[in-house]
Design a protein around this ligand. Sequence first.
Ligand code: GH3
Ligand code: MG
Ligand code: MG
Ligand code: MG
Length: 311
Amino acid sequence: YIPKDNRYSYQYVVKLIDRLYRNQYVKVLVADDSVVSRKFVRMLLEHHLFQVIEANDGEEALAILAREPDIQLLITDYNMPNIDGVELILRIRESYNREAIAIIGLSNDNDESLSAKFIKNGADDFLQKPFVHEEFHCRVLNTLDSLDMMRNLWAKANRDYLTKAYTRRYFFTEHNANEGESGTLSVALIDLDFFKKINDTYGHDVGDQVLVEFAQRLENAFGANFTVARFGGEEFVVAFKGLDSTKTTTLMNKFRGQCEANPISTTAGDLTVSFSCGVTTKSTESLDHALHRADELLYQAKAAGRNQVIS
Ligand code: GH3
Ligand code: MG
Ligand code: MG
Ligand code: MG
């Protein structure tokens, strides 16, 4: 795999080897109506260890994407029956942004405006057929590097470093993006009870272990249509789409029971951790306003002796 041409830098070769290792887990979709062209691109990709899936037109590419959400790269031809490559990209970009999937356009048309057309409509890059193999590999590599970088940045901004729960920032931006959506939304504001005592007794590391496990339990507790975010130190929020506060309270109480019954195992032994919770349903008010109410209910739960959910 190491290029014969020794002008490549040591760093480039190291990057290539690292990339080759990761390529085994990367799915690439190749959409092209020409079997010869498709097989050729498959051969080049498989030479670099990628998992390749083929589509012989745009419709098939869309169907494959719908059932295989973990495809990282689409390489698409321009001229294809029914929908062409640019139209295909336009449709994909309606629901997949550049962090979701990278796209490279291909064509053997002599139309000089085609590369700009591809890129303006959502492709990350374009290659004129026939191309030099080395150029193909460089462009695929660069495109996937950019995708990785975008995903890393996204994760850093939107996932909490310690618990991997969503950040406060994600919680609000996601909600603002869906502001126009109708439907019920309930929020549960959670604060661990006497958490400072865990830190003081067993140390900050053990406190961290509790936070990680607690966030994981929240993430696994409620099935679909909910979002868990870490709001502050030992404070979490869960937003439930389509549930009123009565149903949300029932779910939170069930979760509270599970926490009571299952101590969290840490390096300092098994620790039973309880939490207090305020639950409310958002009306036409702002999210801030609803959270403020949830915070007051949480305060009441603390004042009433902790380890309870109040709505
Ligand atoms: P209450 O039942 O009233 O909520 O009591 P509490 O002790 O949980 O409340 P308090 O707000 O006094 O303490 C929260 C503690 O959480 C204080 C802070 O040191 C700790 N904390 C915040 N962030 C982290 C973290 O990332 N890791 C660890 N280990 N502790 C944290
Ligand atoms: Mg074609
Ligand atoms: Mg607190
Ligand atoms: Mg607390």
